[in-house]
Write a protein that binds this ligand. Structure first.
Ligand code: ZN
Length: 194
């Protein structure tokens, strides 16, 4: 696929290189993952000082994978947290000061980007989407559809989990945190197993 603006960069990567990485990491180049790449890049460029940061993603869809692809912050190491407000936004912040920047896909800037607009607002069924045009538009738009605002993250975030005693479940015999109750949550019906 040939894009009009193949010089568009996402961090050190060209858009094409990012798309290739995204396909192998995420399974496909979802539109949200591509926009997420520009959001991560934009957040890093607007970070208020310092090179160390933690990240909050406001959705569990696509954006966490853009962060994990492009930064050392992952769900597993705890530097990336998901707080699901359902908004398409990420916040990068310095944990020692709380100073950060929140980057979001700005609906007001979508007017001139027809394909992105109809994808974002789910205006047509997926099979009617022109996915080539959508990808080309996202690359053309780059950071132009994004806005940012300064934020200050509360110093008590994230709340430190206190380390509970570990006991063995009387039902399954596996270890679990004592505070969960008489049985482990697996045996209490939390899992969708039949
Ligand atoms: Zn159990």
């Amino acid at each position: 696929m040939k894009h009009g603006t193949s010089d568009r960069k996402i961090g050190p990567l060209t858009a094409e290189e990012y798309i290739e990485k995204g396909k192998s990491f995420h399974g496909s180049m979802a539109p949200g993952l591509l926009i997420g790449g520009f959001m991560v890049d934009y957040a890093r460029k607007n970070l208020p000082g310092g090179e160390f940061f933690d990240v909050i993603s406001e959705t569990g869809h696509c954006l966490p994978d853009a962060v994990q692809l492009l930064t050392p912050c992952t769900i597993g190491n705890g530097w990336l947290k998901i707080i699901d407000t359902g908004r398409f936004a990420i916040t990068f912040y310095d944990k020692s000061t709380g100073d950060g920047v929140r980057v979001y896909l700005d609906p007001k800037k979508l007017e001139s980007w027809e394909e992105i607009n109809s994808w974002f607002f789910r205006l047509k069924p997926k099979k009617e989407q022109d996915s080539e045009k959508l990808v080309a538009e996202i690359i053309d738009a780059g950071p132009e559809i994004l806005s940012h605002e300064p934020v200050k993250v509360r110093s008590d975030f994230p709340a430190r989990p206190h380390k509970e005693h570990i006991v063995l479940c009387s039902s399954c015999g596996e270890a679990y945190p004592e505070g969960h109750g008489e049985k482990c949550m697996g045996c209490s019906g939390l899992l969708p197993f039949i």
